[in-house]
Structure formats: C-alpha cells, structure tokens
Unconditional design. Structure first.
Length: 294
C-alpha cells in the first residue's frame, strides 16, 4: 500500500508541483475577484460580509479612481508602442548584424532589468531636475519607455535567435524583395515574440509604482491612487477594476498563445509545400528582376 502510494507520488510529482505553483500565483487573483462581490460594512474589505453586485454596477463611479486608471492605460499604451518599436529594432540589430560595441550593448541592455527600481527612479528624478524638466505625464512616459525597452529586447532577441533564416532565403528564391520577405515571412514569425514583449511591457507599465512615485509629479496613476487610498481603506470598486484588468490580460495572453501556435505551424511548413499552396502567405509574389518567363 505504502509502496503503491510512493510510486504514484513519484510518477505525478511534477504535475503536483506545477498545480501547487499555479495555485500559489492564482489564489490572490481569485480572492480579489471574489471580494469584488463583497459588501463590507466599513471602509476595509478584509472580511466577507455578504454578496452584492452594487459595486460592479458602479465600478467606474469614483471619478478620481477612473481618471487614474485612464491615465495608467494611456501611459501604458503609449510607452508600450514606443518601447516595442525601439526594442524590436534594437533586438534585430543585436542578433543579425556585427558592429563595434555589439557585445557591450548586449551586456548593457540587461542592466535596467537587474537594477533596483528605487535606484532607477531616483536616477531619473535627478536627471529631470538637473535638466529642468517639469515632472508630469511626459517624465512618466520617458521613465516607462526606458525600463520597458530592456524587456522587449530580451523577449524578441530570444525569438530571433531560434529563427530559421532558410525561410527568408526561400522567399528570396521565389522572387520576393526585401520588404516582401520581411512582411510575409519575418514579421509573421516574429509576431508572437513581439506581442509577448508588448504584453509584458504593458503589464509592467500598468503595475509600476516605485519609478512612477519618483517621477509622476502631480500625475496620479492607478497604483499611486491605490497606495494613497490604502491608508484610508481601499474601495471595493478597486477590486472590480483589478478583476477587469486581469480578464483583459488573460484574453490577450490567450490570443498570444494562439499566435505562437500559428507561427510554429508556419515555420514547420516546407518551402515546397508553401509554393504548392500558392506562394508565401498564400499571396502571389512578383517574378525576380530579369527572370525568364516560362
């Protein structure tokens, strides 16, 4: 009996460990969702008092909280677009081209990820004060782009390292120019990595508190508002908005996984099979310059 139980445990140890790890990360999120339906009698939403939908009906009923959330979303979208574009181009340069200082750049790009946020926040604040830049939304945007680029480069670079360059060569052999090859082959295969990097940057921006606290000035973001409200009691509406953000993020991650599987299917397709289906991306390509017609 004991031997059978031990054998079963050994066979399923990895599964049990994975289930416990996932539960450890998801339980706080589940509690937030559950307590968004709570009806506390006071200001503190720490104990279950009863079920109600009133807070969900009025989730955006606190103007200051809604404005802070909109500010965070605007900041996150702008900084994500900028950092994803710059980080993707930088990752391609670091992986595909040889230039002076390439190894140094590969090392320096990870420094913002390893540096404590309090150090980055204080350093950026000092820089803004030295150059006389007024603190506000623009300084938050600069700060967020600065630390997001490193994460984008690392994610996209890992995708590029495992990229099969023979697919691009096949596209060129079929008559595609550089732009067509990038649009029809390179970009679709890189898109899961780019989307993953963008989602990571978006989450980091919405979640950031330490760097924002140093460089926000009069601007109030969602985390800064919650920190200020925590001393008086966090409204249940915060739990509702946090649940909405989680659901949106989960949907975006599911879309990214779908893109990843689609890209893997494209990468596994042989050039002959692709050509037989009508060309790359199922779109006809123009003949190569100087090609002799059949």
């Amino acid at each position: 009996m004991i031997r059978d139980a031990w054998s079963w445990l050994r066979r399923n140890a990895i599964v049990i460990y994975a289930a416990l790890a996932i539960a450890y990360t998801l339980i706080p999120l589940v509690l937030i969702a559950v307590f968004s339906f709570n009806d506390p009698s006071g200001k503190f939403n720490y104990t279950w008092e009863g079920f109600t939908l009133d807070h969900w009906k009025n989730a955006f009923g606190i103007p200051d909280l809604t404005n802070a959330l909109l500010t965070s979303i605007e900041l996150a979208v702008l900084s994500t677009l900028i950092s994803t574009l710059l980080g993707t181009l930088l990752a391609m340069a670091l992986v595909r081209y040889e230039f002076f200082g390439r190894r140094t750049a590969n090392f320096l790009i990870v420094i913002p990820m390893a540096t404590p946020e309090v150090v980055i926040g204080a350093a950026l604040l000092s820089m803004f004060l030295i150059y006389g830049i007024e603190l506000g939304f623009q300084t938050l945007l600069i700060a967020h782009v600065m630390f997001q680029i490193s994460f984008v480069v690392v994610v996209v670079r890992s995708r590029l390292i495992g990229f099969d360059r023979s697919l691009e060569e096949a596209a060129r052999d079929l008559g595609a120019n550089s732009f067509q090859t990038f649009r029809l082959v390179t970009l679709p295969l890189l898109m899961p990595g780019i989307l993953g990097a963008a989602l990571l940057s978006l989450a980091l921006s919405v979640d950031d508190f330490v760097i924002s606290q140093f460089n926000a000035g009069p601007t109030v973001t969602f985390p800064l508002w919650i920190w200020g409200a925590a001393q008086r009691g966090i409204p249940v509406e915060v739990y509702c908005l946090a649940t909405i953000l989680f659901l949106v993020t989960a949907a975006a991650m599911a879309f990214t996984v779908w893109q990843q599987r689609r890209a893997e299917k494209m990468a596994s397709m042989l050039p002959e099979e692709e050509a037989a289906e009508g060309g790359l991306g199922r779109q006809p390509l123009p003949p190569a310059p100087g090609a002799v017609g059949g």
